[in-house]
Every structure is written in structure tokens, then in C-alpha cells.
Ligand binder design. Structure first.
Ligand code: PYC
Length: 309
């Protein structure tokens, strides 16, 4: 399997260029379902240990179904599949630029949850206009064992998020273990209580927000991802979910910038516009850097050929 690794604000992306599964030419959501049903071992081989780590998001590069798009992409991680991935889209654009396959300017990438507009600003800096984002429910309370009631908003930014103002500990790298423990408990409590995104879909990302640590930023976050790792970047889809909540509360106007800082101090600049139907269309800008090119090998007899479960 030929892969290129990059990171976006510290969060890794591994793009599969060759040797991935053949999923045919159908719509991307159907190809994603096929990937999960018949070819899931490609996912585990690519992003699980011993070849990779929990933080990495894999990106299978595909032919688009929609002929207006330059590429199609299916994102996945150690736990399963992602509808969209903001840092991964930025990483994919920087990877294609590195390979000389993407010129600066506007492009369209097809994902299983819709088309994302991608503006390659230079070799590393990318602006993406995401799928429609919205707040589904405001101020939802859930009782969390050993923690007590926790209140948050449920919002869609390409994945489902539970967004909490405040955190059980300061958002610093020293506290990652404590933050991971608390956010995992909150996610379990939401699932157990049947609190979901629209249509009964599981909420698999939890976000804490607090005041920024650096000058010029608007907020700092910690994001728990589905596999249990925290997002080193400010999380593209999580920032879009935040923008939808800010818009719904009248705290950010269309076109105004929101600078979201991650727990490692990396930043995305976000803003939003309304489309003709009055829906929120968020954009984020961030930078990605290439950090490796490799051929992954899978030897016969390797007991961990498919990754450590
Ligand atoms: O940037 O959207 C994102 C993302 C989702 C999970 C990890 N990163």
C-alpha cells in the first residue's frame, strides 16, 4: 500500500494512493458502506498499530462519482469511518499539491456526506468550505457517573459533536489523560441515555471549550475522537459545529472570523455564510505539512498483519 503522511496542526493524515480496496464507481456513501462491509481489514491494516497510531485519520483517495469534483475521498480511523474530516481534507489537498496533482485555486472534493469546496492557497495552506452545519439541540443535560450533570449542545459539522463550555481541567497537554477520561465518560453516558444526533446517529466526538491561551485566538478546545485519541488540531468538523452554535446564538455574524486554537496551540480560522435556503455553510483555513512517504508491507505469517485490534 503506497501512502503519504502529513499533519494538519499536529493531527496526522495518511492518504492511500495505491493498494487500497477497489470499491467501484458508485456514490461515495455507498462505496463507504462497501468498504466497511467487505474491506474493513484495509482500514485496520493502514491505521492501527503496529503501522500507525490512534490519532491518525486515513484517507482513501478515489475517483469521484460527481464529475464536477477533482477527487473523491473516504476518511477512516482506528474505530471506523468518518463522514467528513476537516484536518484530513486540508492534509489531502496539501498531499495532492506535493505530488503536483493539485494546482492553487478552487476545487471540489467528494466525501460520503457531500461535496466540500477546497481552495489551495499555497503548497501548505488550504481553505475548505464544508458541508452544511447546524445545531440540532441546545443545552442538553446528561448525568455522567462520577462527574454529575454535564450540559452541552449537539451539533453537526460533518460528524456529530457534543459541545461543552468549560472543562474538568485546564486545556493543557499535562491534562490530556484527565480530559480523555472525562470526555470518554460523557460519550458513554450520552450513548447509554439514548442522546444522539439527528436520526438516532451516535454522537462520537466530544468537545470542551475554554478561553484561548494565545493572543488573537477566540477559544481553545479539546476534542475526543471516536477511537479515543484527542485531536491535535482544532478539529475541522468540530470547529464547523462550533460555528453553527455561535451562529444560532447570534454570537458570530456571517463573514466574521473565529480563531479556534487546539490543545497543542495550532489554529484554524473559521467563518460562515448562509446559503439561499438560510443554511449555515462554514469555512475553515489551516495548514498541513508532508511528513513521510511509504510503502506499507504486510508479510505472510505476521500475526499483526491486520493491525492490533
Ligand atoms: O478535523 O474534522 C476533523 C477531524 C475529525 C476527526 C479528527 N479530525
Amino acid at each position: 500500500m503506497k501512502v503519504i503522511d502529513s499533519h494538519t496542526g499536529g493531527e496526522p493524515t495518511r492518504v492511500i494512493l495505491e493498494g487500497g480496496p477497489d470499491l467501484g464507481a458508485g456514490p461515495l456513501d455507498e462505496r463507504c458502506a462497501l468498504f466497511a462491509r467487505d474491506f474493513d481489514h484495509f482500514r485496520t491494516m493502514c491505521v492501527r498499530e503496529p503501522r500507525c497510531s490512534d490519532a491518525t485519520v486515513g484517507a482513501l483517495l478515489c475517483e469521484p462519482h460527481d464529475s464536477t469534483c477533482s477527487v473523491g475521498v473516504i476518511f477512516f480511523n482506528t474505530a471506523g469511518y468518518l463522514g467528513m474530516c476537516g484536518h484530513g481534507t486540508i492534509g489531502l489537498a496539501a498531499t495532492l499539491a506535493y505530488l503536483g496533482r493539485l494546482e492553487p485555486g478552487e476545487h471540489r472534493f467528494e466525501t460520503p456526506v457531500g461535496v466540500v469546496k477546497v481552495n489551495l492557497l499555497n503548497a501548505n495552506e488550504v481553505r475548505i468550505e464544508n458541508v452544511e452545519s447546524y445545531r440540532y439541540r441546545k443545552s442538553v443535560s446528561v448525568d455522567v457517573p462520577d462527574i454529575g450533570p454535564v450540559v452541552g449542545d449537539i451539533a453537526w459539522g460533518g460528524n456529530w459533536f457534543f459541545l461543552i463550555d468549560g472543562a474538568p481541567a485546564a486545556l493543557t497537554l499535562d491534562n490530556v489523560q484527565e480530559l480523555t477520561y472525562a470526555s470518554t465518560k460523557i460519550r458513554r453516558a450520552l450513548n447509554k441515555a439514548g442522546v444522539t444526533g439527528e436520526g438516532g446517529v451516535e454522537i462520537d466526538h466530544i468537545e470542551f471549550f475554554e478561553e484561548p491561551a494565545s493572543k488573537g485566538a477566540d477559544s481553545r478546545n479539546f476534542v475526543l475522537c471516536p477511537g479515543g485519541a484527542y485531536d491535535r488540531s482544532p478539529c475541522g468538523t468540530g470547529t464547523c459545529a462550533k460555528l453553527a452554535c455561535l451562529a444560532a446564538d447570534g454570537k458570530l455574524l456571517p463573514g466574521e472570523d473565529w480563531i479556534q486554537e487546539s490543545i497543542v496551540g495550532s489554529r484554524f480560522t473559521g467563518s460562515y455564510r448562509y446559503d439561499e435556503a438560510g443554511r449555515i455553510i462554514p469555512s475553515i483555513t489551516g495548514s498541513a505539512y508532508i511528513c513521510g512517504e511509504a510503502w506499507l508491507t504486510f508479510q505472510e505469517g505476521d500475526p499483526f498483519r491486520l493491525g492490533i485490534a
